[in-house]
Design a protein around this ligand. Sequence first.
Ligand SMILES: [Fe+2]
Length: 370
Amino acid sequence: MKILGISAFYHDSAAALVVDGKLVAAAQEERFTRKKHDAAFPERSIAYCLQRGDVGRKGVDAVVYYDKPITTFVRLLKTYLRVGPKGIRSFSSAMPAWTREKLWIPYEIERGLQRIGTPMPKDLWFTEHHESHAASAFFPSPFESAAILTFDGVGEWATSSVGVGRGNHIELQRQLNFPNSLGLLYSAFTYFCGFRVNSGEYKLMGLAPYGRPIYADAIREHLLDLRPDGSFRMEMKYFNYLSGLTMTNRRFADLFGGPARKPESEITQRELDLADEKLLRRISRLLDQGDILFEIGEAQERHPGLLRPEELAGAADDEILARDLETVGVLEDHLEPRFRGIGERLFEQQIARALGRAAADASPQLVELR
Ligand SMILES: [Fe+2]
C-alpha cells in the first residue's frame, strides 16, 4: 500500500511516501524552490517522492494530511470570540488565507496532484497535528515501545502531549491546550529579540551560549504557573498572541527591560541573556528541578497503561547514549540521574556552543558542515 503524507500551507511544507509500512522518500519543499520555510503546496517534494518510490500512473492508495484544519479553524474562531473586538486586526489578517486555501484542503490537494499528473486516491485522511509529530519521532525510531512527549507551538488545540507508542500503534493520552504552550513561549522570546516567529528561533538558539542566566526567576515567577501534574499555565496578561499581531505586549517589555528589539537593529547583551534563558536555563533547569518534563514523567507513572519514568528515561539505551556522548566528545561519569547529567553536559558545554554557532552561521544543506 502506498501512502503519501503531505504538510502544507503553514510553514516548511513537505511530503513523504510510505510503501507497505516503509518510509521510502521524504523531502521539504524549500530544498527545491530555495524559498526559506516555503509554505506552498509541496508539488516538487511530492513529485520527487513519487518518482523515488516508483509510483506509476495508478498513483498512491491514500493521502494523509498532517493535521485537522477544521478543528484548528474552530479554535481560531473560539479564540476570537473570547477576546472580542480587540482581536479584529489579527482576525482580518488571518482570515484570507483560511478562505483562500486552508479551509479547502481536499480540493487544494486534488488540484495539486492534478498539476503533477497523478490521480487523487479515494482515501484522504487527516491525522491530528500531535499524532503527526509523535509518529515522525516514534515510527522511524529503533524502539519497539516508548513513552512519547511532544512539545510544539500549537496544533489544533494541543500544544504538548503525552502518550505511548507500541509497534505500529500510537496513542496520545493527555494533552495541554492552547494558549499554554512552551513552543509559543519560545516564539514569544524569538519575537521579542527581533527575529521572525517560526523562522528566527534557530538564531535565538545560536545566541544562547553568549548570554547570562539572569532572567530565570522572572520567567518562572511571572510567565509560568507550573502545576503538580506536570502541566502549566501561561500568564496571558504578558502576551499578545491571543488577539494581536505581536507575540508580547507592554507588560512583557517592562519585565525584560524595555521594548522589543527592532528587527535588524544591533543585538545587545539583553538579547543574549534572553536567549540564554530560553535555551540553557529553561531546559536544564526545568529538568533539573523536577518541573515540566520530569513532572510529566511522574504523571506517566500514575497513569495506567503508560510506561514508568525509568522506562521513559531508559528509552535511550545506556550504551547507545554513552557511545553518542563519546562520539561528540563528552565524557560521561555515570548516567544517573540521566536527565541532569546529559542536560548539563550537552547544553552547558561545548556542544551548545558548537551547535549554536552552526545554527547561526552554516547551511545544513552542505554535507561537509553537518
Ligand atoms: Fe507542529
